[in-house]
Design a protein around this ligand. Structure first.
Ligand SMILES: [Zn+2]
Length: 607
């Protein structure tokens, strides 16, 4: 049992949030909106969920394709209630853990919650299997009048043509534990144990991958180079083992998705999960390849700005040497809200609610989880945001990003708990758009040429990493899956990878041989094949949408708000149709690159 804690007393900071101009924003969040004393009352809370699960189970006998809608619809409401109650308590556990990952009480509570809720979740799986088995006519009869739940119900059924019989699905699940999942865990076990050594000011320093990664963006070129060499030295040492793991995962993917589930290509299974047509993904990837030249030019300009004599793959993330401005948290909040207000006062109001209701944990502290996130718990509740604010310019961009996620969830609050979260391909829309709004506002205010350069360089580095680089990962995976089916070795794969990187970066950027092992270092390529194009999709989408905004001005705003308020209640294709986007159209994706081209031109003008 989790230990009784009285953490709320010790962490509560009641800042007087005076209204108006001089408002001071609290820097710690208040988790009591999620649950009151959930640790002490844990058994009671889980007991309530458990009794609902039992009621749901007892309805199993009534499930039949010909059942009345008046029996079916209350079951859906019951499953929403179960999901909402579970979401509150998991959110509490995760947020508390995030505050201090070393807190033993928080850790043990999180594990307890996970174990208990997973067990309850498993008792509900029968519903999805049954729902998939219902014939088309009865399914549409039962879905009539389910409103915003409809897309959720359709999503379960979307996999029907690729679902096996119940006993076969069970066998796949059982064998996955000792098959695919076990092989994938080996990758984690092996690579998490890697240590890296760099010699810095005469001292040998041994570090984790995370620590090494910081040196890839170090101000000193020789250190960036040394860090990359060390990274690939360690992975290359194990290329045989990691290559075997990869080949096994790819062969398993083929056996399951192509042979058993009858998808037409390895990537098609991922596309169905994202609910994006195969053609749309193909045109996205094609347009990315066609526009690689824009980034090649960007890196040429960057080399001049950052005084890099010969551009090399080692140096593409070199930082810009502007003097580092530092920002106060209160000012940062005002900057973000001001920028949001310039786009839409409603957007700013929603974002302010997150801060005002004390749903944000701002500062970095020892033990606090790294990075940043937004947690949209249930539709009716203001989302929670975690930051690691240290006062750097990048932290303000992160704040604009996470508050973007939050307003996305808030605008979609009228939907069900199953459909208010955006679907994966659109999940980064409001967040990245929020960053664009902020950086545009900053660019317009900024008079200092050097600061402007820094802003553009930061953005273009990010766009390169999230758009082009990710698209090339997936392009490589397409090739790798085909090559492995033809019996390729890990060395063949590495050779192909290097050729692709060289093609991507062009003649002006030298790519050292050790980059042939880069793909071994990308966990997504092992864990979730073809996942990475979702990043290219989301980021390029926002650039294209932002271009529309620049052209249409105020007329774009209501369309955009409408898009966000759909949440995840419709297919990505039909949500984007609301702003007149056809995602299979290459011209649309091209317009995203046109924005990037303009940014590069803008940068060139500052030379
Ligand atoms: Zn995000």
């Amino acid at each position: 049992m989790p230990v009784k804690v009285s953490r709320r007393d010790s962490t509560s900071h009641t800042t007087s949030a005076s209204r108006g101009r001089g408002r001071i924003y609290s820097e710690r969040w208040d988790l009591s909106h999620l649950a009151k004393d959930p640790v002490q009352r844990f058994e009671a809370l889980v007991g309530e969920i458990e009794s609902k699960v039992a009621r749901f189970e007892s309805a199993r006998a009534q499930l039949s394709p010909t059942m009345a809608t008046s029996t079916f619809h209350p079951l859906l409401t019951l499953s929403e209630d179960i999901a909402a109650a579970s979401s509150r308590i998991s959110a509490y556990a995760y947020l508390w853990f995030s505050e201090n990952t070393k807190d033993l009480a928080a850790r043990s509570f999180k594990t307890t919650v996970e174990v208990r809720l997973t067990a309850l979740q498993n008792r509900l799986v029968f519903f999805d299997l049954w729902w998939q088995s219902v014939d088309e006519d009865n399914a549409s009869r039962l879905m009539a009048g389910t409103g915003t739940l409809r897309y959720h119900l359709e999503t379960i059924r979307r996999f029907k043509p690729h679902t096996l019989s119940e006993p076969e699905e069970k066998i796949v699940n059982i064998k996955n534990i000792t098959g695919r999942s076990a092989i994938h865990s080996l990758y984690d076990v092996v690579t998490n144990a890697f240590t890296f050594t760099l010699t810095i000011s005469g001292k040998r320093k041994t570090m984790t991958r995370e620590e090494l990664t910081a040196y890839l963006r170090h101000a000193q070129g020789w250190l960036r180079e040394a860090a990359y060499r060390e990274l690939y030295r360690v992975y290359a040492d194990q290329h045989d083992l990691l290559g075997e793991i990869y080949k096994t995962l790819v062969n398993d993917w083929k056996a399951e998705n192509l042979q058993l589930r009858r998808f037409i290509s390895p990537i098609a299974s991922r596309n169905l999960g994202n609910d994006i047509p195969d053609e749309a993904v193909a045109s996205l990837l094609k347009v990315c390849q066609k526009n690689a030249g824009i980034f090649q030019e960007y890196f040429r300009i960057k080399a001049r700005l950052c005084k890099i004599k010969a551009m090399n793959r080692y140096h593409i993330y070199a930082p810009h040497r502007t003097e580092q401005k530092s920002y106060r948290y209160q000012d940062a909040v005002r900057m973000v809200l001001e920028a949001y207000r310039g786009f839409s006062p409603q957007l700013a109001e929603l974002a302010e609610r997150v801060v005002h209701e004390r749903h944000i944990d701002a500062r970095t502290r020892p033990g606090k989880i790294g990075g940043a996130y937004c947690y949209s718990v249930i539709p009716s509740m203001t989302p929670y945001v975690l930051l690691n604010f240290t006062g750097e310019a990048r932290d303000i961009a992160t704040m604009a990003h996470e508050l973007g996620h939050a307003v996305h969830g808030m605008l979609a609050a009228r939907h069900s708990i199953f459909t208010f979260h955006s679907t994966l391909p659109l999940a980064e829309t409001a967040s990245v758009f929020g960053e664009r709004i902020l950086s545009d506002a900053l660019m317009n205010q900024e008079r200092d040429k050097k600061v402007k350069q820094g802003l553009l360089l930061n953005q273009l580095d990010d766009i390169y990493a999230t758009v082009l680089r990710q698209a090339y990962f997936v392009q490589f995976e397409n090739q790798a899956h085909e090559m492995i089916a033809q019996g390729a070795t890990v060395k063949d794969l590495a050779k192909t990878y290097l050729t692709e990187v060289k093609r991507q970066l062009g003649k002006g950027i030298k790519v050292p041989e050790e980059f042939q092992w880069e793909w071994l270092t990308i966990p997504h390529i092992f864990a979730s094949p073809f996942y990475c194009y979702a990043y290219s999709f989301g980021n390029l989408l926002v650039l294209a949408l932002y271009r529309m905004y620049q052209k249409e001005g105020a007329a774009f705003v209501p369309k955009y708000m409408d898009l966000l308020s759909t949440g995840g209640s419709e297919a990505p294709q039909s949500i984007l149709a609301k702003v007149g986007v056809n995602m299979a159209d290459e011209d649309f994706w091209q317009s995203g690159f046109d924005t990037i081209r303009e940014m590069v031109n803008q940068l060139e003008l500052t030379l």
